[in-house]
Design a protein around this ligand. Structure first.
Ligand SMILES: NC(=O)c1ccc[n+]([C@@H]2O[C@H](COP(=O)([O-])OP(=O)(O)OC[C@H]3O[C@@H](n4cnc5c(N)ncnc54)[C@H](OP(=O)(O)O)[C@@H]3O)[C@@H](O)[C@H]2O)c1
Length: 260
């Protein structure tokens, strides 16, 4: 009984801490993979706009840049979340039960390394990890946080995809089996979900963030590449423009439709 009371008091304290910085007047975004790259830049820019930001990362304590944003912005709450752990996703959704989330932003993603040229030596455990992160993770997030999105004003589930997942754009170069197929699968999952959630007024979007110079593309240096900050600014503009009429579309960071 005594232990149960302590547990309830601790839980209440944690809930208070989680909601202390979040205002009821501002919209809320939940971002996965906020530790670095595009997710970090999205966190920074939503924070500067004054939105409530629930910035999730596998190890927030080990992400100094993310810690610095949270230190400077009371409207940013950090939460540990590995999107391959459905138990963690369910626990976080339980913690935020009843809080409207305007934009659920599935950003976390991995390439699985460059498997090009390794056909004949493919590591299927890596393939499982890429799909668990890039496909199952966003779908499970959508399932777990659906009540939060449905209770919000903007009602958007936005997924960072890639033109590498476009069947019609893949020409000339083979390989990248794991990554390309994971983003093609993400596109199909979310296009289907868009149909199912339309009656609830929920918009489901897929955004390609451009060719971004960060850890994901380490070692590549091409003139067409943009910074994570430029990508995040463009992606936020696209998210702002998403509405039910556009639900189920696949858009580039420029706002144009990307081919499937
Ligand atoms: N960079 C590009 O040119 C480009 C182009 C098209 C699409 N994209 C997509 O954009 C998204 C963001 O990529 P990025 O460029 O920012 O890559 P990045 O710099 O490599 O960052 C990836 C982020 O995902 C997180 N992450 C990985 N596995 C995770 C998991 N299991 N649970 C939670 N978080 C996890 C990482 O967290 P840790 O720090 O814990 O590893 C990190 O925060 C991805 O979906 C990627 O496919 C990127």
């Amino acid at each position: 009984m005594f232990h149960a009371r302590i547990a309830i008091a601790l839980l209440a304290g944690l809930l208070l801490q989680a909601s202390a910085a979040l205002s009821a007047e501002q919209p809320t975004v939940l971002i996965t993979g906020a530790s670095r790259g595009i997710g970090l830049a999205l966190t920074q820019q939503y924070a500067e706009r004054g939105w409530n930001v629930i910035a999730t990362a596998r190890d927030p304590a080990g992400a100094p840049a993310l810690q610095a944003i949270a230190k400077d912005h009371r409207n940013v709450v950090l939460e540990p979340l590995d999107v391959t752990s459905h138990a963690q996703i369910d626990a976080l959704a339980a913690k935020y039960r009843g809080r409207p989330i305007d934009v659920l932003l599935n950003n976390a993603g991995i390439s699985g390394g460059d498997d090009m040229g390794t056909f004949g030596h493919l590591d299927y455990a890596v393939y499982d990890r890429v799909h668990a992160t890039n496909v199952l993770g966003p779908l499970k997030m959508a399932e777990a946080f659906l009540p939060n999105v449905a209770a919000s004003q903007q009602k958007k589930i936005i997924n960072i995809s890639s033109t590498e997942g476009s069947l019609s754009l893949v020409k000339g170069r083979g390989g990248s089996y794991f990554y390309r197929s994971s983003k093609a699968a993400l596109n199909m999952v979310m296009r289907s979900l868009a149909i199912d959630l339309r009656p609830q007024g929920i918009t489901v979007g897929l955004v390609s963030p451009g060719f971004v110079k960060d850890d994901f593309t380490r070692g590549i240096d091409l003139p067409i590449m943009i910074t994570p900050q430029q990508s995040a600014a463009a992606v936020i503009k696209v998210i702002d423009g998403y509405d039910l009429a556009k639900s189920g579309t696949f858009l580039r960071h420029t706002g144009e439709e990307a081919p499937w």
